[in-house]
Design a protein around this ligand. Structure first.
Ligand SMILES: NC(=O)c1ccc[n+]([C@@H]2O[C@H](COP(=O)([O-])OP(=O)(O)OC[C@H]3O[C@@H](n4cnc5c(N)ncnc54)[C@H](O)[C@@H]3O)[C@@H](O)[C@H]2O)c1
Length: 253
């Protein structure tokens, strides 16, 4: 049994992952801006640094894995906030804990999205991957929220792929999940948004498996990818989306 850190674990997918891991007998440390073991704002550099220090303290004897799940949706008008939480709130936390993750040969699971392959601005993704938060934020200000959201998830997934080899060389196994539409407070807010609501309802109706995702669908995949049975799975983006990515991009894999 091990200790797992879950960001965004106060709600939705993160809460389901934390509960699943506890049900399996693991200890969890939830990091979130609300109702968490470690309360921190991952949108800011200060908040991330405080979270990293508190995680080090809480897991100094044992860390089996880190799940970077905190995120905000495309309904959020503040595009710099989407940029700050979805990309930097994940990547900077993983990088800031890299030595501990290596020491403990821990697993990392990034919660991306099946929006990651969707259209966005290449220069935004490049700015994210270069680590320049103010440049990425400035580009995001001139974009719509949806391509900022998908761009933040594309960059997160590319960051994982580009760093898989170096992290694996240190004993850190990184993977990502690309959830499709999943019933959580975040997706309910997007569905309620007058700008996106109708399109989202049509999107849900087109899910090949015939239903929207549940947080438990993500928790089951997370539990597998974090555990020993996935010991040879590394650098993978697993779409957990009822077949939506295959439907939308049948010739790409
Ligand atoms: N629900 C979906 O359909 C869906 C689909 C694809 C990807 N995702 C991704 O899954 C992840 C979880 O989403 P969810 O649907 O469970 O949403 P949610 O709103 O239920 O949970 C998100 C959590 O992140 C936390 N959070 C937000 N901003 C934060 C900040 N600045 N600092 C710390 N914590 C912060 C929230 O407090 C919340 O507990 C997100 O990264 C989201 O992009 C969700």
């Amino acid at each position: 049994m091990g200790t797992y850190v879950i960001t965004g674990g106060a709600s939705g997918i993160g809460a389901a992952i934390a509960l699943q891991l506890r049900t399996e007998g693991h200890r969890t440390v939830v990091v979130d801006i609300q109702a968490a073991d470690i309360v921190a704002d991952l949108a800011t550099a200060d908040g991330r640094n405080a979270a990293i220090a508190a995680i080090r303290e809480a897991t100094k004897d044992e860390l089996a894995g880190l799940v970077a799940c905190a995120g905000v949706g495309s309904h959020v008008p503040d595009r710099e906030l989407i940029t700050a939480v979805n990309y930097f709130g994940a990547v900077e936390l993983v990088e800031g804990l890299r030595d501990v993750l290596a020491q403990q040969r821990a697993a990392v699971l990034l919660i991306s999205s099946n929006s990651a392959p969707m259209p966005t601005e290449a220069k935004y993704v490049e700015a994210l991957l270069s680590g320049d938060e103010s440049a990425a934020g400035a580009i995001a200000r001139d974009m719509q929220s949806q391509p900022v959201y998908s761009g933040s998830k594309k960059a997160l997934t590319l960051w994982m792929r580009r760093n898989t080899q170096a992290y694996a060389a240190q004993g850190i196994r990184m993977n990502a999940i690309g959830p499709g539409y999943t019933k959580t407070p975040l997706s309910a807010a997007v569905e309620d948004n007058p700008e996106y609501g109708d399109a989202i309802k049509r999107f849900i109706a087109s899910i090949p498996i015939g239903r929207p995702g549940e947080p438990q669908d993500m928790a089951d995949a997370a539990s597998f990818l974090l555990g020993d049975r996935a010991g040879f799975i590394c650098g993978v983006m697993l779409f957990v989306d009822g077949g939506h990515d295959a439907m939308l991009r049948p010739d790409q894999f």
